[in-house]
Design a protein around this ligand. Structure first.
Ligand code: HPA
Length: 259
């Protein structure tokens, strides 16, 4: 099974039939919503709207542990996360779709690990996204997306406020290409459960101070809505291409990670 975490709307995809919605209980509380289970190209998929539906959970209030645990409970071996970001580096202009390859985590106060009790685990996170899943997404994206970026460093802020111009300048010096509020701890929690994880970011706006324009959530929503069709095409082609057997290291992330 492949899990998709995204905004609402994406699961209304042509060629996908949602068979059921499944509510999952986890030791970490409730996921953002019920999981929508369907089938596409012979592969089972489970969609979860990250912010609930309708959209009502702020980025710093999302129960990331429950969301990722719920996917594991359903049998997902891979998760594709789709999110909106602000563009920092010059090629990250609104409408660009980025297959992320690196992360800088600046979040605070979030529950970010499954291992905060008796067991001490240090997962390797040198490459935060699954290389195999990234390759499948890039291949799919090349066919259907005009402004596909094959790599990009995602800097995760806590939100819910947007950034200052000086923060964005500093993030640029740090090597960030895009900025968002939800990429972490999704990625590291998936690794802790040995689930392959990839991030597709839609650049919805220029980050603070990059353009003269005032940042608005309306712009974010409108650009996201315009990109939905391209995201659907990428996902569909990725589902077709992805192999049933995993050959990457994600499935063995806990080997040699326990103290
Ligand atoms: N900053 C942080 N998160 C975002 C942005 C942004 O400019 N756009 C979409 N999500």
């Amino acid at each position: 099974m492949i899990g998709i975490i995204a905004g609402s709307g994406l699961y209304e995809m042509e060629g996908i039939v949602i068979k059921e919605t499944r509510k999952v209980e986890t030791p970490f509380g409730e996921p953002s919503d019920s999981y929508r289970i369907g089938k596409i190209a012979g592969t089972e998929v489970a969609f979860l709207p990250r912010h609930g539906s309708p959209h009502h959970i702020a980025p710093h209030k999302i129960n990331y542990r429950a969301n990722i645990w719920g996917f594991k409970e359903l049998g997902a071996e891979r998760i594709i996360s789709v999110s909106a970001v602000g563009g920092i580096s010059h090629e990250m202009t609104p409408g660009a779709i980025v297959v992320l390859d690196q992360i800088i985590d600046m979040t605070e106060g979030r529950e970010f690990t499954f291992y905060d009790r008796d067991e001490i685990v240090h997962i390797d996170f040198t490459e935060p996204y699954c290389p195999e899943l990234r390759a499948a997404i890039i291949n799919a994206g090349k066919r259907s997306v005009a402004k596909l970026k094959e790599r990009g460093t995602y800097l995760c802020v806590n939100g819910p406020r947007l950034e200052t111009a000086a923060e964005i300048k500093a993030f640029s010096l740090l090597g960030a290409d895009v900025v968002g509020m939800t990429g972490m701890p999704e990625a590291s929690l998936a690794r802790e459960l040995e689930i392959c994880f990839a991030g597709i970011a839609v650049v919805t706006n220029c980050a603070a101070g990059i353009s003269e324009k005032k940042l608005t959530t309306t712009e974010v929503m409108e650009t996201m809505a315009k990109s939905v069709e391209e995201i659907r095409l990428i996902l569909k082609d990725t589902f077709h291409a992805v192999l049933s057997q995993r050959t990457c290291g994600c499935k063995d992330a806990l080997r040699d990670a326990r103290m």
